[in-house]
Design a protein around this ligand. Structure first.
Ligand SMILES: *[C@@H]1O[C@H](CO)[C@@H](O)[C@H](O)[C@H]1NC(C)=O
Ligand SMILES: *[C@@H]1O[C@H](CO)[C@@H](O)[C@H](O)[C@H]1NC(C)=O
Ligand SMILES: *[C@@H]1O[C@H](CO)[C@@H](O)[C@H](O)[C@H]1NC(C)=O
Ligand SMILES: *[C@@H]1O[C@H](CO)[C@@H](O)[C@H](O)[C@H]1NC(C)=O
Ligand SMILES: *[C@@H]1O[C@H](CO)[C@@H](O)[C@H](O)[C@H]1NC(C)=O
Length: 945
């Protein structure tokens, strides 16, 4: 009742039979009288008919729409009763005034015909008109007074007509004596201030006021006592749901979804015992679900999803004997799932995911013989999956993921022959999952069982760390999404698995201990084999593959076969082969990888130069870290990539740091050239990188001064960080065909991970990468003074200038960098005193100024006195924590060794500690933890790398 009318594909044709019927009714050979034939021809000649549809008056197609002028010759057709111009394109004209003279019309459909401007008032003269549809035109009437003349009207649709100036819409439409159905969806209607005491029609049964701009539910609705259907969906209603439903006791359909309603569910609503469809979803409703819900004895669809309802699901729900769909997902419901749900013999869908329900899944679910979808994911359910599950012969989806279910995986699953999707990830299930469980499930397409204690093996010998590859997969004919990551499987990858006749859409076997070689991956969309023990040459891939994650295995040989096979890369967006044993040069075949966004080849045995074609890609991430590559970076780039992260550290690259890095890579957030042979000066253009959060140029031969313009690095100069992660913008792991998560994968960006050196140790940052800011210029040949402008970078957590030739005083401004956790200025030629402002550095847990020419007393603060002597040796400093008044130069301690040990102790605490103090960060960080389950799910490819 609330669904829009279907679009007619052959709209114009309705006119022709209507004309012929009305004027040739008595004539068997369908010859029209001469004057009417001429009128029709004249009418035709004024139309624009791009595909010549009217040449033979036969059916045409929707895409060849008519336009042009509508000739008044139609007035010759004295008996015309039905006129349908819908789905055409009259964008140049107004609705013709002469339509008001077609006195015999009972049916007028001008919907979606692109008429413009005002509506002629004389349409109100059509007193025989029963059906008027003006939906979806670009009309802006100032008043609807003319409508009151349509005394026979039964159906009126003005949806998408702009009625913001027609303030009389209620006065007119609610009084039409014969009106049964009124559609005013998306008409820019606002609250009607004049509450009218008029006599409203008793006839109206269908009222659609969805997607308007009412700020509260219009009370006048409740004076239409005969209504069967009310549609008030859409984005605007605030405040309470009024408690007047006692007046509309015939109501069968009520849709108040997608608003901002924030009361409890009013009692009068529970009295609607004819209600069949009730949707209150996507509001901010509060309070509990009353046990009076049992009175809604006719209800078939009940949607309470995405609100703030709390309390228990009432036992009386068992009385809703017609209920087919119950959706209360994303609320704050607690308590147990009532046993009485077993009485809902018509139930097809039961979704209470994302609540706080506890207790067990009731045994009675076995009685739900019509049940197709059962989703209780993300609750706190415990106990076992009931054996009675095997009775649900219609079940297609069973999702119990992210609960605390324990016990074994019931054998009775084997009887669920309709099952398509089974998700039991993140529980405490244990025991054997074997062939017997799945051999009959021929429709299964999605199986998610990771993060349990399941053993995937056919025999029963329990060897906890050595699960076998699940042999029962052999008998699966339709499996297209398989995720058995983190499943503790330690086995050789069987050859039959790779040769299965069906093709996987998505395959995730990551973080197991699978061994063996893989020659070809017959997977259409995404593959994650990371963190296993695969070896041998890189596999060939199916030409449509978009994500290939092979990180952390022992693949060896060259990249040539994969990269230079012109079919591999056409659709590939993400290629991760880091942490393997790949050797040789990176081949120059990247022109065949047009949409590659993320490329990680770090920690292999690659050599040679960066091939020219790689610079032609519009990459967001390029990671070649820790190989033995060499050569200079090009001095200019024609089409610079869109890099967010550029990491070529730990190689043998040489030459100067090109200015285009600062000039052209304007989105760069992470830049690491660490441990290469770069020389020359730091280009000033780097100061233009306003998103740069991590700059690492350490361990090169860079000389010259530290640029003063560093204060321009605005991402380091703010303490406000908005994202705790760094996402690679438009690279979405969107699994469009994954039935369960269809609705929430769109917003699942691919998160980057980076290795950063802070506090003398290298750590991988992923879920907090966006919060980390660091600058490391250590072990170069930088000269001159530390510019005082550095003190503006108040967002920095780590600053390392050690092992250079810096002179002069330490700028006082560094004491303003209050978030600083790690500060290393050791092994330079700095003199003067440690500025007293350093006592403000309250988060400092790694500090080193050793081996300079510093003098004077160490300022006092809780932090500065907590470091060992070693942080200060090789200077002329005195005062606590130094035990002697004055340390002598020439201590035998190896400073590097010391800083690594200190760093190891402080490393993790260093990132976590400030999170406790900086509220917005802390919230961001923990919010992510809350949703970690779902996110892991949709961005699995970032796991285990
Ligand atoms: C409503 O109708 C009744 C009789 O049907 C009439 O007496 C009364 O005046 C009407 N009220 C208004 C406001 O039109
Ligand atoms: C399952 O968990 C419940 C409580 O959560 C506990 O009482 C029961 O012993 C557990 N069963 C098994 C088999 O671990
Ligand atoms: C699979 O189906 C066969 C035939 O219907 C039946 O005998 C067998 O018990 C079923 N297996 C399981 C595990 O339910
Ligand atoms: C660098 O790569 C080698 C293998 O080529 C690996 O053994 C080593 O652990 C890597 N180092 C780092 C810091 O990742
Ligand atoms: C790295 O490659 C070189 C030749 O390019 C080879 O000699 C060496 O053994 C390789 N190292 C590893 C760890 O594979």
């Amino acid at each position: 009742m609330t669904t829009p009318l279907p679009i007619s594909l052959f709209p114009f044709l309705l006119l022709i039979p209507a004309i012929c019927f009305t004027i040739c009714h008595a004539n068997s050979n369908l010859l029209c009288i001469q004057s009417e034939r001429e009128a029709l021809l004249k009418f035709k000649n004024h139309l624009i008919d791009p595909s010549n549809r009217l040449s033979s008056w036969v059916e045409a197609y929707y895409n060849s729409r008519l336009g042009g002028k509508i000739n008044p010759s139609l007035l010759e057709l004295k008996h015309l009763s039905s006129l349908d111009f819908s789905n055409n394109d009259f964008s140049s004209i107004h609705i013709p005034k002469f339509f008001g003279l077609l006195q015999s019309l009972t049916y007028l459909n001008l919907s979606r015909a692109q008429f413009q401007g005002a509506i002629p008032h004389n349409l109100g003269n059509l007193s025989k008109l029963q059906y008027l549809d003006l939906r979806g035109n670009d009309l802006e009437p100032k008043s609807l007074q003319w409508v009151s003349g349509l005394s026979s009207l039964r159906y009126l649709d003005l949806s998408y007509v702009n009625l913001s100036e027609a303030n009389d819409w209620i006065q007119v439409t609610f009084k039409l004596p014969s009106l049964l159905e009124l559609h005013l969806s998306d008409c820019d209607l606002e609250d009607d201030p004049s509450l009218i005491s008029a006599n409203f029609t008793k006839s109206l049964v269908v009222l659609d006021l969805s997607f308007n701009r009412f700020s509260s539910v219009p009370k006048s609705v409740f004076s239409l006592h005969g209504l069967l259907s009310i549609d008030l969906r859409g984005y605007s209603l605030q405040g309470p749901i009024p408690d007047y439903f006692g007046n509309t006791s015939f109501l069968e359909v009520l849709d108040l979804s997608w608003n901002g309603l924030n009361s409890s569910i009013p009692n009068s609503l529970y009295s609607l015992n004819r209600l069949q469809f009730l949707s209150l979803g996507h509001n901010q409703l509060q309070g509990t679900i009353s046990s009076a819900i049992g009175n809604l004895s006719s209800v078939t669809q009940l949607d309470l999803s995405v609100n703030q309802l709390n309390g228990q699901i009432p036992l009386s729900i068992g009385q809703l004997s017609s209920l087919e769909e119950f959706d209360a997902s994303e609320n704050q419901l607690n308590g147990q799932i009532p046993l009485s749900i077993g009485e809902l013999s018509s139930l097809k869908l039961f979704d209470v995911s994302e609540n706080q329900l506890n207790g067990q899944i009731p045994l009675s679910i076995g009685q739900l013989s019509s049940l197709e979808e059962f989703n209780v994911s993300e609750n706190r359910l415990n106990g076992q999956i009931p054996l009675s599950i095997g009775e649900l012969s219609s079940l297609k989806l069973f999702d119990v993921s992210e609960n605390q279910l324990n016990g074994t995986f019931p054998l009775s699953f084997g009887r669920l022959e309709s099952l398509e999707t089974l998700d039991c990830e993140y529980n405490l299930l244990e025991g054997v999952v074997s062939e017997t469980h799945f051999s009959n499930l021929t429709r299964l397409t999605t199986l998610k069982a990771s993060h349990n204690r399941l053993r995937f093996e056919p025999n029963s010998s329990w060897i906890p760390t050595h699960f076998n590859f699940p042999q029962w997969l052999k008998f699966q004919k339709n499996l297209s999404y398989l995720d058995i990551s983190y499943a503790g499987i330690s086995d050789v990858m069987p050859t039959w698995f790779l040769n299965l006749p069906t093709q996987f859409e998505s395959l995730d076997l990551s973080s197991n201990q699978l061994r063996g070689e893989i020659s070809y991956l017959n997977v259409r969309n995404s593959v994650n084999l990371s963190s296993n023990r695969f070896r041998g040459p890189l596999p060939g891939v199916f030409p449509t593959l978009r994500f290939l994650i092979l990180s952390n295995n022992s693949f060896s040989g060259s990249l040539f076969e994969l990269v230079c096979n012109s079919f591999s890369g056409e659709f590939m967006e993400v290629l991760y082969i880091d942490k393997n044993l790949i050797s040789g040069d990176i081949p120059d075949c990247w022109n065949d990888w047009p949409i590659l966004d993320l490329l990680n080849l770090g920690s292999n045995n690659l050599t040679g130069k960066i091939p020219p074609s790689l610079w032609h890609l519009n990459l967001m991430m390029l990671n070649l870290r820790n190989n033995t590559m060499f050569g200079e970076l090009p001095s200019t780039l024609q089409n610079p990539p869109d890099l967010i992260m550029f990491d070529i550290s730990e190689n043998h690259f040489s030459g100067s740091v090109p200015a285009w890095i600062g000039d052209k890579l304007s989105n760069l957030e992470i830049l690491s050239l660490r441990s290469n042979n770069f020389d020359g000066h730091i280009p000033h253009k780097i100061c233009d990188l306003q998103f740069l959060q991590n700059l690492d140029l350490a361990h090169n031969n860079i000389s010259g001064v530290i640029p003063k313009c560093f204060y321009n690095l605005s991402a380091m100069a703010t303490t406000k960080k908005t994202n705790n992660e760094i996402s690679a913008g438009n690279v979405n792991y969107v699994n469009l065909e994954d039935p369960i998560y269809l609705n929430n994968v769109n917003a699942a960006p691919f998160y980057l991970k980076a290795l950063l050196v802070m506090k003398g140790r290298e750590d991988e940052y992923g879920s907090t990468l966006g919060l980390v800011t660091s600058m490391d210029l250590s072990a170069n040949s930088l000269t001159g003074e530390i510019p005082k402008e550095i003190g503006s970078l108040i967002g920095l957590l780590s600053l390392n200038f050690s092992g250079n030739l810096l002179t002069g005083n330490i700028p006082d401004s560094i004491g303003k960098m209050e978030l600083m956790e790690s500060l290393d200025l050791s092994m330079n030629r700095l003199n003067g005193e440690i500025p007293p402002s350093f006592s403000n550095l309250n988060f400092l847990n790694h500090f080193n100024v050793s081996y300079n020419n510093l003098t004077g007393q160490i300022p006092t603060s809780t932090q500065l006195q907590s470091f060992e002597n070693l942080s200060y040796v090789g200077n002329h400093l005195w005062g606590p924590p130094l035990t002697k008044n004055c340390t002598s130069k020439g201590s035998k301690v190896n400073w590097l060794y010391v800083s690594i040990v200190l760093g190891f102790v402080m490393g993790f605490w260093g990132v976590v500690a400030p999170l406790f103090f900086i509220r917005s960060w802390r919230h961001a960080y923990y919010r992510k933890l809350d949703h970690v389950g779902r996110k892991l799910y949709v961005s699995w490819a970032t796991m285990g790398m």
